[in-house]
Ligand binder design. Structure first.
Ligand SMILES: C[S@@+](CC[C@H](N)C(=O)[O-])C[C@H]1O[C@@H](n2cnc3c(N)ncnc32)[C@H](O)[C@@H]1O
Length: 302
């Protein structure tokens, strides 16, 4: 609170860790958006929002964008966005309770057991509930690498992580996110459904589940459905439609050439668009302990 008694909001940031977070690509994406941002009635659409690294950057940086639409296929994730948008206070209370209990636990074994008990409860809820959202945020902050992975039955199965004092309830951020989400339309469903929300000129930022770059990385499944090559081809047709309707798109994806130089999958698929290779540092094996420099793709129609 400032001396005038007015609560000042911090800049909102992702309230969940999410695999594929785009922090390292943001300055490139920023430059691209700046190229076209001076157009009027600009609409920003993010069909695979995940943890929203780019969304929150946009909300901080471009306060003249009034129409913002986000979407994800993951029900639990979208329910969390919607609840925080509507009323974060009850959620904060629930999370503070969990956090207080967690901090009193003495050792790793007690914490791991607590985590597994909460994971079990999380998987027992079938539908939406406020408690389930609080558990999602707790599990995300305490699980291995902040992964969201489910088995074939859709049950969350990530093991316990190794964090000394995870920030389970970041109250100020949740309040800030609540305020900034007021101008955002939050959808749950398949990416194709977002096209009908486009108001010309719209910019789509597309960050689909990555095409597995090696065998071990294919274990990262955000939902029961797998995003295979046919899905990548369906996404390309979606990009064609965005383009045909006079809108803009920026698509990021893994570069299959990191591991197989002769693989031309994306170069062929997107040959009529601009493909830029950007160097990033990533965990490059499933244990998350091996980091290396690899390239990612940024594909645009402008
Ligand atoms: C690479 S992640 C996005 C990461 C995000 N850019 C971030 O910063 O956290 C891909 C997202 O696509 C979602 N997804 C998978 N298949 C989808 C589909 N058919 N339609 C919409 N979203 C989908 C997943 O649930 C996941 O959240």
């Amino acid at each position: 609170m400032s001396s005038s008694g007015v609560v000042s909001l911090q800049n909102p940031k992702p309230f969940l860790k999410w695999v594929g977070g785009k922090t390292q690509l943001i300055s490139e994406i920023d430059q691209l958006i700046n190229k076209i941002i001076d157009e009027e009635n600009f609409c920003y659409i993010e069909p695979f929002v995940g943890g929203g690294a780019v969304l929150f950057h946009i909300l901080n940086q471009f306060n003249n964008i009034e129409n913002i639409v986000i979407n994800d296929i993951n029900h639990n994730l979208v329910n969390a966005y919607r609840e925080i948008q509507k009323n974060p206070l009850e959620l904060i209370d629930l999370l503070l309770d969990i956090e207080t209990n967690y901090y009193t636990l003495k050792n790793r074994e007690e914490k791991a057991n607590f985590y597994l008990a909460k994971r079990e409860i999380f998987n027992r809820f079938n539908d939406y509930s406020l408690e389930k959202i609080a558990l999602l945020l707790f599990l995300n902050k305490t699980c291995f690498n902040g992964l969201y992975r489910v088995n074939k039955k859709g049950k969350f199965n990530v093991p316990f992580g190794q964090y000394k004092k995870p920030n389970i309830c970041d109250k100020n951020n949740l309040i800030s996110v609540h305020h900034y989400l007021q101008k955002v339309k939050v959808l749950q469903g398949d990416f194709e459904e977002t096209l009908k929300y486009a108001i010309k000129p719209s910019i789509f930022y597309l960050d689909p589940p990555y095409k597995p770059i090696n065998l071990t990385s294919s274990f990262t499944s955000y939902s029961e459905q797998i995003f295979d090559d046919n899905e990548q081809i369906r996404l390309k047709k979606f990009c064609d439609e965005i383009h045909r309707q006079g809108n803009y798109f920026i698509l990021s994806n893994s570069d299959v050439k990191n591991y197989d130089h002769s693989n031309n999958f994306f170069d062929e698929l997107y040959k009529q668009y601009n493909i830029k290779r950007v160097k990033v540092r990533r965990n490059i094996n499933s244990k998350g302990n091996k980091r290396g420099e690899i390239f990612e793709l940024l594909i645009t129609n402008f």
